[in-house]
Design a protein around this ligand. Structure first.
Ligand SMILES: NC(=O)C1=CN([C@@H]2O[C@H](COP(=O)(O)OP(=O)(O)OC[C@H]3O[C@@H](n4cnc5c(N)ncnc54)[C@H](O)[C@@H]3O)[C@@H](O)[C@H]2O)C=CC1
Ligand SMILES: O=C(O)CCC(=O)C(=O)O
Length: 428
């Protein structure tokens, strides 16, 4: 039986603690979220009724800078999930050496059931409810599951209305027309692609010999599928919340993306296959996709997808975690015993927050970069930290996940110790 998400997430630290020399104070500090806010968001629905939605924002640790992290709209959102995601953000920002701590937020709902106007009222209501908890030097929002640049634009606008001044740096992932960064929309996938390319080169693997299955076909998964296919990888399976499709010879990802824009869901893409000119493929469930015999498995949807229940059936040689927390710690142990290489979320999906950092810098400077500048800086950061983690993994003979936590812990521990005890006495 896998444990609750936060207990499971925080246990990832334990192995890493054997390889770092950080103070007991720092370890104690990292066990708890700094602050958690739970709010009730009133929304006037289109039919005139009033509905209240539960919302959350957790600021896990701000030792290295203002806290940073996305906002998720999903029926499973709760305090345990948001706290775990904020914990991972803390380590992710440290691993990438960004001057940020970690946070996360969310609202419990099925956003597919709301109209666009209801979604806007909900998003503005969320910002009203958490306005005192966030700010460009305090805590900065961004997109996550079922939130996007349009929603980030509303949130930034609402915060600016409350503050009576335009405050673009309080939210990243905004539309480019109102202060968003070029390349943020594709950043999570592009960052993951740089990591994959770097690791595949170490194993002398050529794209055309490499088959890929991707679970989740949203901002992260669909962009990555397209990039991998463009660079010659054979993307044989993709899925979304409705199910997936598989083709041994490789899928035509641009066609699937075009179809998904007007026919919702993978099963529908399959059913309308001739319309979309997607030939010779089979329908798959998400569970079947995870156990395909492929070289690369890329979970890019929700957490807890690979657990003790299915870990023994995983056949992929490499797993790149684009989703946050898709593998439980028990499942991790089983995969390691099976000789499967797992590349962790706090490295692989860090391209998103890295370009969010670039967006925050651009907003504060009022000077905007070209797409090639953004991608060049992203590439440098992703490769530098992949190499650092690879070196730690080789040096200590540990998994890439443990190596990533060692790397993050070293940076966090040093920062916590540098600040001494002031946090605990001066308005901490
Ligand atoms: N958007 C970003 O910048 C970043 C996202 N991530 C992580 O990547 C993952 C995906 O996020 P996004 O692509 O942004 O979200 P999204 O909302 O754009 O897409 C989510 C995708 O997952 C699919 N999905 C939902 N439930 C599913 C299920 N039960 N089985 C299979 N697929 C399912 C949806 O149909 C959709 O295709 C999440 O874990 C998120 O935290 C991590 C870093 C940054
Ligand atoms: O872009 C950001 O600030 C955070 C993105 C995010 O939520 C994540 O990396 O999980």
């Amino acid at each position: 039986m896998d444990k609750n998400l936060f207990t499971d997430a925080s246990q990832r630290l334990e192995k890493a603690l054997n390889y770092v020399s950080i103070s007991d104070d720092a370890i104690e500090h990292l066990k708890y979220a700094k602050a958690s806010l739970q709010v009730s968001i009133p929304v006037r629905m289109d039919d005139g009724s009033l509905k209240i939605f539960p919302g959350y924002r957790v600021r896990y640790d701000d030792t290295r800078g203002p806290t940073k992290g996305g906002v998720r709209y999903h029926p499973n959102v709760g305090l345990d999930e948001v706290t775990s995601l904020a914990f991972w953000m803390t380590f992710k920002c440290a691993v990438l050496n960004l001057p940020f701590g970690g946070a996360k937020g969310g609202i419990t709902l099925n956003p597919k059931r709301l109209s666009k106007l209801e979604l806007e009222r909900l998003s503005r209501g969320y910002v009203n409810a958490i306005a005192d908890f966030i700010g460009p030097n305090v805590d900065i929002l961004a997109p996550d599951i079922y939130t996007n640049s349009m929603i980030m634009g509303w949130m930034m606008d609402q915060y600016s209305i409350i503050q009576r001044q335009i405050t673009p740096a309080v939210v990243t992932g905004k539309p480019v027309t109102i202060g968003g960064s070029l390349g943020r929309n594709t950043a999570t996938a592009t960052g993951a692609f740089y990591v994959i390319e770097n690791i595949m080169a170490k194993f002398d693997r050529l794209p055309r010999e490499t088959t890929v299955a991707i679970q989740g076909f949203g901002n992260a998964g669909a962009e990555l599928a397209e990039l991998l296919a463009k660079f010659g990888y054979k993307v044989v399976a993709v899925s979304d919340s409705q199910g997936g499709i598989y083709a041994k010879q490789g899928l035509d990802i641009p066609s699937i993306r075009r179809c998904k824009q007007f026919i919702k869901g993978m099963q529908a893409v399959y059913c309308e296959g001739t319309v979309c000119s997607i030939m010779e493929h089979q329908v798959l469930t998400n569970a079947e996709l995870l156990t395909l015999d492929v070289d690369l498995l890329i979970p890019a949807a929700l957490e807890n997808q690979i657990t003790v229940e299915n870990a023994h059936n995983i056949q992929a040689r490499f797993i790149f975690e684009v989703a946050n927390g898709p593998i439980t710690s028990e499942a991790d142990r089983i995969l390691e015993e099976q000789g499967i290489y797992v590349f962790p979320d706090i490295l692989v999906n860090a391209g998103g927050v890295t370009v969010s950092y670039f967006e925050w810098v651009q907003n504060r400077n009022g000077f905007y970069w070209t797409l090639s500048e953004v991608n060049q800086r992203l590439k440098e950061k992703m490769i530098e930290e992949t190499e650092n983690i690879w070196r730690i993994s080789q040096e200590f003979g540990v998994s890439m996940r443990t190596a990533a936590y060692i790397h993050g812990l070293n940076r966090l521990g040093e920062a916590i110790n540098t600040k001494g005890t002031r946090d605990y006495y001066v308005n901490g």
